[in-house]
Design a protein around this ligand. Structure first.
Ligand code: ASP
Length: 354
């Protein structure tokens, strides 16, 4: 078995050091010559494809998931593993870069933003649409710029971006504001409801007013997550038996209702009654819009107003990814339904505009 930790660069002109964590994903895949399908390869091969890594004047150590996984296989165990690796090595490194498949990267970034309370160092997730060994890869650029951002500091030595971010195709975004929007383009991620934290051109330009400030807090890692929740996406004609079945799923503790526009839903009595009854049973129901941009305003239309009266919470401009991760985090900490409702309406890690 290969060692989990290795050192990629050896010279260390300054004291900065970055831990590069490789979880898997397209960035580290190669085509299987027999089947043509993309399969994971080892991190050792990365250095071969990115000799530029040697040119950074800081140390890069690596930690690799064994085996690396397609991000469709990411789960709460993998998130706990990431939290454990970061927290165990938190004092040793100036920042962390996580190579991750793009498919669920926004979920992982959201989860880490809640699980790493008091984070004061950069955690930059990145990946690519084309494997790093392919001539036109976007992976090299994404990797090299992410490393540079993770190592960047202000003049006083404090980190430039002390939060969980996704860097992709020239944009640095707050992780829990990000969504994958394209399965083909290199420009695959967007943060619709929060400005980019930085853009990379000839220079990397940081949008300082929008970036969390380092506070000198102590990192408090959290490992408790509860997955007893679901996402119910509305569509015209959604039927009563299906809604009833979903809301009576054994063990269900929370539902994210993916509504129309600014938080609207059918005004049919059976639908509103079903939601009201679920809320009264202690199920937390959160209203998040199907639209990419903009926010839920339940008092704007009568249909949204009825939801509010049925006990449905406003998700404001939270992404589905952030809402899922935040609910898992809060439910995992055994708060009462009312405490979960209260905390869902607060910003814990900059995930929502209130
Ligand atoms: N299926 C891959 C993954 O998410 C896609 C990618 O990395 O872009 O792991």
């Amino acid at each position: 078995m290969r060692p989990e930790y290795t050192n990629l660069t050896h010279m260390n002109a300054n004291k900065t050091s970055i831990l590069l964590i490789y979880t898997g994903g397209t960035i580290g895949m190669m085509e299987n010559p027999d089947t043509g399908a993309l399969e994971n390869f080892n991190l050792e091969q990365l250095q071969k494809h990115v000799p530029e890594l040697e040119r950074f004047d800081f140390t890069i150590d690596t930690y690799t998931f064994d085996p690396p996984i397609d991000s469709s296989d990411m789960d709460t165990e993998s998130w706990r593993k990431l939290v454990e690796v970061v927290s165990t090595h938190y004092e040793e490194y100036s920042g962390f870069v996580i190579l991750h498949g793009t498919d669920t990267m926004a979920f992982t970034a959201s989860a880490l933003s809640f699980m790493l309370e008091g984070l004061d160092k950069p955690i930059i997730l990145t990946g690519s649409q084309l494997p790093i060994g392919v001539l036109r890869t976007d992976g090299k650029e994404n990797l090299l710029t992410s490393l540079e951002i993770a190592a960047a500091t202000h003049e006083d030595g404090t980190p430039m971006v002390p939060e969980v971010c996704i860097f992709f195709e020239n944009h640095l975004m707050r992780g829990n504001r990000t969504t994958k929007i394209n399965a083909e383009d290199f420009n695959a991620f967007r943060s619709f409801n929060y400005p980019s934290l930085a853009t990379a051109g000839i220079h990397i330009k940081y949008n300082l007013p929008q970036i969390h400030k380092a506070t000198g807090s102590v990192l408090k890692p959290h490992y408790l997550l509860d997955t007893n929740l679901t996402v119910l996406k509305l569509f015209p004609g959604i039927s009563e038996p299906i809604v009833h079945t979903v809301l009576h799923t054994p063990g269900l503790k929370a539902v994210i209702l993916e509504t129309y526009g600014s938080g609207n839903a059918p005004s049919k009595p059976w639908f509103l009654e079903a939601l009201k009854e679920a809320s009264q049973r202690g199920i937390v129901v959160v209203n998040v819009t199907q639209c990419n941009a903009g926010m839920v305003e339940m008092e704007r239309y009568e249909t949204g107003y009825h939801l509010m009266q049925a006990g449905v919470l406003c998700g404001y401009d939270m992404t589905i990814e952030a809402a899922v991760a935040k609910l898992m985090f809060l439910l995992g900490h055994h708060y009462t339904p009312n405490e979960v409702r209260h905390l869902m309406m607060k910003s814990l890690a900059g995930e929502v505009t209130l």
